[in-house]
Design a protein around this ligand. Structure first.
Ligand SMILES: Cc1cc2nc3c(=O)[nH]c(=O)nc-3n(C[C@H](O)[C@H](O)[C@H](O)COP(=O)(O)OP(=O)(O)OC[C@H]3O[C@@H](n4cnc5c(N)ncnc54)[C@H](O)[C@@H]3O)c2cc1C
Length: 310
């Protein structure tokens, strides 16, 4: 990389959105630079099998991400194992600063920083994350046919996960820390009218255990009485929300009230030349394929923007 180089395009993030954007941008001769962040490969690095990536009936998440990176690399993408900590989108070229004091300049940016699932932060959760403890029923639900599953949360996502899981099993327990659900009335109704779903109110998980390979049991605490009980389980879906990784962009581009990037005109943001893809702007679908799809769209939009600048 040359000193004082102004890059055509910098992609921030190396999940499915970032890698797909890099593949398209590299093929369009934009010589993209991908800033990988603290979690190269993104959320799928923390899961086991992915069974809904078209063309791969069953592929390990980390293996899929390594292949995406190799694909982008083979086309000439450059990677930097830094984290972006500060941006200035008010002057052109744009300036980005990394956690290792590197200053980078570019004409266009794609934000593909994804999201981070909120965790319960209890003993055992990290050990079994991706081994039965997960956040995505749509992604992993099919692995638990006729199994005992726990959904943690009382909001819309938890209700949706619980309803979704009734396709596979009738042994579903929702654990909700409050004394009532907080989901919308319609979502609650679907769950409350379903005899396959049991709800434990005023309850929280305080520990998770397993056999080294998979989660097998949790401790549930009654928050009113303090009484703790153990429950066997085959899966724990932590459905207490996600945080978009967009804090560094606050005040530089428009974000919605939950911190997701405000999208206009497909992948454009409030700053011309700054585009967004993947979970950083998506609270609805949150899938690898939708992230890859918007990564492609952002790269095509960036290419069009850059050619118009000439
Ligand atoms: C346990 C689990 C299982 C899942 N299983 C499936 C599945 O089976 N099928 C499916 O379709 N989806 C699945 N998903 C959802 C899927 O992983 C996400 O929708 C997808 O990864 C989002 O892609 P993304 O590129 O937007 O962001 P992410 O994958 O979240 O990647 C974000 C990237 O941005 C980087 N980054 C963040 N901040 C910065 C910064 N400041 N500077 C530089 N880089 C930064 C990170 O290091 C990371 O590389 C699963 C998710 C989880 C958590």
């Amino acid at each position: 990389m040359e000193k004082n180089q102004v890059h055509k395009l910098i992609i921030i993030g190396s999940g499915p959105a970032g890698y797909t954007a890099a593949i398209y941008a590299a093929r369009a001769a934009l010589n993209p630079l991908v800033i990988e962040g603290k979690n190269p490969g993104g959320q799928l690095m923390g899961t086991s099998y992915v069974e809904n990536w078209p063309g791969d009936k069953r592929v390990l998440g980390p293996e899929l991400m390594v292949r995406m990176k190799e694909h982008a690399q083979s086309l000439g993408t450059t990677f930097m194992a830094h984290d972006i900590v500060k941006v200035n989108f008010s002057k052109r070229p744009f300036t980005l600063w990394t956690n290792r004091d590197k200053e980078l300049k570019c004409h266009a940016v794609i934000i593909a920083t994804g999201a981070t699932s909120k965790r319960l932060c209890v003993p055992g959760e990290d050990d079994y994350w991706g081994k039965g403890v997960t956040t995505c029923a749509v992604c992993d639900g099919a692995f638990y046919k006729d199994k005992d599953v726990i959904i943690v949360g009382g909001g819309d996502t938890a209700m949706e996960d619980a309803s979704f899981m009734t396709k596979y099993t009738n042994k579903i327990t929702i654990i909700q820390v409050m004394e009532k659900l907080t989901a919308s009335a319609a979502m609650q109704e679907r769950v409350l009218n379903n005899k396959d779903i049991k709800i434990l109110y005023n309850s929280t998980i305080t520990a998770m255990y397993g056999d080294g390979k998979h989660v097998t049991q949790v401790t549930i605490k009654d928050t009113k009485t303090g009484k703790e009980t153990k429950k066997s389980t085959d899966a724990v879906f932590v459905a207490i929300g996600l945080n978009p990784n967009t804090q560094i962009f606050k005040g530089h581009i428009a974000l919605d009230k939950y911190g997701y990037v405000d999208v206009k005109n497909h992948t454009h943001t409030s700053v011309e030349g700054v585009f967004v893809a993947g979970d950083a702007a998506d609270y609805r679908y949150r899938q690898a394929i939708t992230s890859a799809g918007t990564g492609c769209m952002a790269a095509l939009d960036a290419e069009r923007y850059l050619s118009e600048q000439k």
